[in-house]
Design a protein around this ligand. Structure first.
Ligand SMILES: [Zn+2]
Length: 456
């Protein structure tokens, strides 16, 4: 969706310098005072109302009283309107440093759709301090902007970000009902960084990351607590006491503990889309230079209008797309006699358990017992359990989701499509039925996934 911003990078250095010089001339000297900024904002942006043109960039909330508490929020009416979409219930946010004049910080707010496309909501430029007050300010700016644009209030179920405690504090105050999710990618990076000082031998590190990956698939809070207890036990038995203590304190008991799938089923598990957006801003936007606030405003205007138009071309998807390879898999899965017999008696009850890849390793009865008691003998026992059967269920947004890894990533899987087919008469396409069981699409990614903004 953001391909349009892949401006060619000038190959000749002189050309780059010439462009920069021209810009400097055009934008005037760097704006040093907040009064200048105030004037510039007032002169550059129209007021936001319910009548404002959808892609016109606006700055409905700003505070230029002091340079420490500098705040200006940029958005468009179209980008704001995505927040009313079904499925836009996890607000993602992240800060970027060293982009603008004198090291002011840029924070981006966005939502992900069910085609795994990121839709930016807006960008705020703040002073040099990224604290709870700033994030509260950003959240309040969204609320004010929605009101001005005549759009419904926004009350997300969850807010996802990296490990910044400022965000945790702000979420607790601004969205008291929202869960503060931690980006799984961020967790992996942090854990890897700490392994040395927590005395994890090099040859154990990959295995630990694999175990954390299995734990990440925990499908509910009690399952996570129980599985995590077994994993800590295992690490202690292997002599990794220091690491186990660290992991427990930060990632199991601390405020960043909501990094597993069951913390918010059917929503994103990483902020990678947002981070790659920041990467793009740095790489392709002129924001990569420490720039004067005046040129910054011009650049924001250009970037945000581009995002807004792109978000209209690729509208917010509330329902994940079926791909032909997935439909083929689902069709053959639902035609399999064993699977059919397994699912048939459940079709009336409204709960659907389906056999998984480890179904041979555990009886359905044992699976059910663990599910009920949420108790595992060992961590290995949990891993087998989590892959022996999956639960297909209807989410609050009326989507059929599944506890398997594929559904966690794509919000759709062969099991959910099979249940739709078997229970709800939503059949797969004739094309999928005609294709062989081992059908794979040609090399490359499925068409519906935008390669510019997918989350993985
Ligand atoms: Zn599934």
């Amino acid at each position: 969706m953001l391909k349009a911003q892949n401006d060619p990078i000038p190959e000749v250095k002189q050309l780059t310098n010439a462009v920069l010089n021209a810009k400097r001339k055009l934008n005037g000297p760097p704006l040093l005072t907040t009064t200048d900024l105030n004037e510039r904002l007032e002169a550059s942006f129209v007021e936001l109302t319910s009548e404002t043109e959808p892609h016109k960039v606006v700055c409905p909330v700003y505070d230029t009283e002091s340079s420490d508490r500098l705040f200006a929020f940029f958005t468009t009416r179209h980008l704001l309107s995505n927040l009313s979409s079904v499925g836009a219930n996890t607000l993602q946010t992240d800060g970027t440093y060293k982009l603008t004049y004198k090291g002011n910080i840029l924070i981006t707010l966005a939502v992900n759709d069910k085609a795994r496309r990121l839709h930016p909501v807006g960008v705020a430029i703040i002073g040099k301090k990224e604290d709870a007050i700033v994030y509260e300010h950003a959240v309040a700016a969204i609320a004010t902007s929605l009101q001005k644009a005549g759009l419904p209030d926004y009350d997300p179920d969850a807010v996802m970000s990296d490990g910044d405690p400022a965000i945790t504090a702000a979420v607790a105050i601004s969205f008291s009902n929202a869960r503060r999710l931690t980006c799984y990618y961020h967790l992996k990076k942090q854990v890897l960084k700490r392994m040395g000082s927590k005395k994890v031998p090099k040859n154990r590190r990959n295995a630990i990351l694999d175990e954390i990956k299995s734990l990440q698939l925990s499908c509910s809070d009690p399952i996570f607590s129980s599985a995590a207890r077994q994993l800590l036990q295992r690490w202690k038995q292997l002599g990794l006491k220091m690491f186990a203590r660290y992991f427990k304190k930060v990632w199991i008991k601390g405020p960043l503990r909501y990094w597993y799938e069951g913390a918010a089923l059917g929503t994103v598990s990483t902020n990678n889309g947002l981070e790659s957006l920041h990467g793009r801003i740095k790489r392709f936007g002129t924001l990569r230079k420490k720039m004067a606030i005046g040129s910054f405003i011009k650049e924001m205007d250009r970037l945000i209008e581009e995002w807004s138009r792109a978000s209209e071309t690729h509208t917010f998807q509330s329902v994940p797309s079926r791909t032909i390879p997935l439909e083929v898999k689902a069709f053959h899965w639902s035609e399999d006699a064993f699977n059919k017999d397994f699912v048939a008696p459940q079709l009336r009850t409204g709960t659907y358990f389906v056999p998984g890849s480890f179904a041979n390793e555990m009886s359905f009865k044992s699976y059910g017992r663990c599910d009920l008691k949420r108790r595992f003998k060992t961590f290995g026992h949990f891993v087998v359990w989590s892959k022996s059967y999956y639960r297909v269920f209807c989410s609050s947004e009326n989507l059929l989701l599944c506890t398997c890894a594929s559904s966690a990533k794509r919000f759709i899987c062969k099991h959910s499509i099979a249940i739709e087919r078997m229970k709800f008469d939503i059949d797969v396409s004739l094309k999928a039925k005609a294709l062989p069981i081992d059908f794979r699409s040609k090399r490359g990614r499925p068409k519906f996934v935008s390669d510019a903004l997918s989350i993985d």
